[in-house]
Design a protein around this ligand. Structure first.
Ligand code: HPA
Length: 284
């Protein structure tokens, strides 16, 4: 989506993207996964024979530019009775790169137009709560939107959803409950967290960290909230998983993106195990 926001053009672009998804990958799978910074490599390595496409094969899908995002798209399936299928997207674009919120959520909406019902959003996040340790996974149960924006601002896209969508079930739904059960079965620890979404690209200040803690935030990051809002609007069930890549509480030195990517790698194996579980054991 490169054109300025015009609902008619935007709808046409979504439908063209959805048609290309159908052409390349067939009917919508049981769920899709969007891998964030530094995530997804372990999962990718568990598949030897997948035919990967790139974002540029889907019209209007903007390729990710940030380090740690490969821009591959592919479809995978588990084996056996009750197994599930998934579309995997490696990378996303961000609001801090200068994209408009409706551009950021374009992939989520294209997936919804295709007919997808469940979405796993993943991200790298900083912890502002002692119990959420670096190198672990957490599941987002709610968010605080501190980006100053909202992807639903502007004319409502009635063909996707209602003007004033509820956010109650945005992160807590049957799909997330399934992910929780699987995590317990696989002995992957999956504490719940409130994610504070900031616009970035500057990291949060110490005063912001103190304020976010008082407000009930547990993790901080620069993605996910727009996608979760757009997903709720379009009726998708989201399970959102954060790789805790750094602690904002005891900063020994200034945080940088390399540290985030390095620590994301540490969590990537757990994330891969959980997603493999979902593929093999199914979403029901
Ligand atoms: N703050 C904001 N975004 C982030 C962080 C952080 O500490 N870690 C990873 N993404």
């Amino acid at each position: 989506m490169t054109a300025p926001f015009d609902p008619k053009t935007y709808r046409r672009s979504l439908d063209e993207a959805a048609a290309a998804l159908r052409r390349h990958f067939g009917p919508p799978p049981d769920f899709a996964v969007i891998f964030g910074s530094g995530l997804g490599r372990s999962f990718r390595e568990t598949f030897t024979r997948v035919k990967a496409r790139s974002f540029s094969d889907i019209p209007h899908l903007l390729p990710p530019h940030v380090a740690g995002h490969s821009g591959q798209i592919y479809r995978v399936s588990g084996k056996g009775k009750g197994a599930a299928s998934a579309l995997i997207l490696h990378g996303r674009i961000h609001y801090y790169e200068g994209f408009a919120p409706e551009q950021v959520v374009f992939p989520v909406r294209a997936l919804a137009r295709w007919g997808l019902k469940r979405l796993v959003l993943t991200n790298a996040a900083g912890s502002i709560r002692e119990r959420l340790r670096v190198g672990r996974l957490a599941r987002i149960r709610d968010h605080l939107n501190f980006t100053g924006g909202n992807p639903l601002r502007g004319p409502n896209l009635d063909f996707l959803g209602t003007r004033f969508p509820a956010m109650d079930a945005a992160y807590e739904n049957a799909f997330s409950a399934r992910v929780d059960r699987l995590a317990r079965g696989l002995k992957v620890s999956l504490p719940k967290a409130v994610y504070v979404g900031i616009a970035g690209p500057s990291y949060e200040t110490d005063a912001e960290i103190r304020a976010f803690r008082i407000l009930g935030g547990d993790l901080i990051g620069m993605s996910t909230v727009y996608e979760a809002i757009a997903a709720a609007h379009a009726g998708l069930q989201v399970a959102a998983l954060s790789a805790v890549t750094n602690s904002c509480l005891r900063r020994k030195q200034a945080l940088n993106h390399e540290e985030v990517l390095h620590n994301a790698q540490r969590v990537d194996g757990q994330l891969s195990a959980l997603l493999r579980g979902l593929l093999e054991k199914g979403v029901a």
